[in-house]
Design a protein around this ligand. Structure first.
Ligand code: FES
Length: 297
């Protein structure tokens, strides 16, 4: 459990207030409060891609700015013979800045759905990335004004920017590996070998969600007429309880951040989740509803 020092307690409220205001502004821009399907938010989360979009895009500015540093070092060693290196650095700075815009949009969207420790680490991650972006923007302007092959100050700004973006990358790893942000929360769920009785069929009402356990895994069951559907009750995005979500037809909406899943096949329809929920096969036998995790899950 996190221990708060008196200094920590004093420092936290303004930071938390800043985070609240920032998250609310981002939610307004990306349409978090709008009715489904919330296409812009889902697009930025990467739901259409089946993978969080942010970590895919962040590779580009990091690679571009590493290249910038290499070109700048070559140019600094022999400035009179390596104008090509100055030009290469100039192009790489621009490529990094353009890709960073995508990384900022996707990263802020993901961050807007975080709380507590992951939100604080995410804010630090964003701060160092913002520093890097500003440094490279100034570096670009200096290069533009003085010509690609002429700018010691621009190169030095780039080196500081690279240090910022690498530290921000370290914090990004901290977000995933320590706080579990963006990790599929159903990845370690066990699959039973055979069907398991979970409910007497006579007790199951239509259009109502039931939370049951199968092979030690929480599963949510829905009945519509004679059809039964079941998926994991744990939202892949951050572990929200899908059995407490709102249903519309055979679609359930997670009560935590609004991801929507089809209960009959587990397909994710709306982010922030980016992977499908594990699907369960359902049958009725001897008056019992029985479920078994589908092999395709
Ligand atoms: S836990 Fe975030 S949408 Fe379900």
């Amino acid at each position: 459990m996190e221990q708060a020092s008196p200094k920590h307690e004093q420092a936290q409220p303004p930071l938390e207030r800043l985070s609240d205001a920032l998250q609310e502004a981002i939610k307004v821009v990306v349409g978090t409060h709008r009715k489904p399907p919330r296409r812009l938010k889902s697009f930025l989360n990467g739901t259409w891609f089946g993978h969080p979009l942010h970590p895919v895009i962040t590779d580009i500015p990091i690679a571009a700015w590493l290249l910038t540093a290499i070109f700048d070092i070559i140019w600094l060693i022999a400035p009179t013979h390596t104008n090509w290196a100055g030009l290469g650095a100039f192009v790489a700075v621009i490529a990094g800045l353009l890709a960073a815009l995508g990384a900022i949009a996707t990263g802020l969207t993901d961050w807007s759905d975080t709380y507590g420790a992951e939100r604080r680490v995410g804010l630090n991650h964003a701060f160092f990335n913002a520093c890097a972006f500003v440094l490279y923007l100034v570096s670009f302007i200096l290069r533009w004004l003085s010509g690609p092959g002429d700018g010691v100050a621009a190169a030095i700004l780039g080196f500081v920017g690279l240090a910022c973006v690498l530290y921000a990358g370290y914090l990004g790893g901290e977000l995933v590996f320590t706080t579990g942000t963006g990790v599929n929360h159903t990845a370690w769920e066990a699959a039973g070998e055979d069907y398991e009785a979970v409910l007497p069929v006579a007790e199951v009402e239509e259009n109502k969600l039931y939370r049951v356990m199968a092979a030690g895994v929480p599963v949510v069951v829905l009945r519509q007429g004679e059809q039964f559907c079941a998926i994991s009750a744990t939202c892949p995005h951050a572990g929200g309880p899908l059995d407490e979500g709102a249903i519309s037809g055979d679609v359930v909406e997670c009560p935590w951040h609004g991801s929507r899943f089809r209960l009959c096949d587990g397909r994710v329809l709306t982010g922030p989740a980016t992977v499908n929920a594990p699907r369960y096969e359902v049958r009725v036998s001897n008056g019992q509803v029985e479920v078994k995790r589908a092999s395709s899950a």
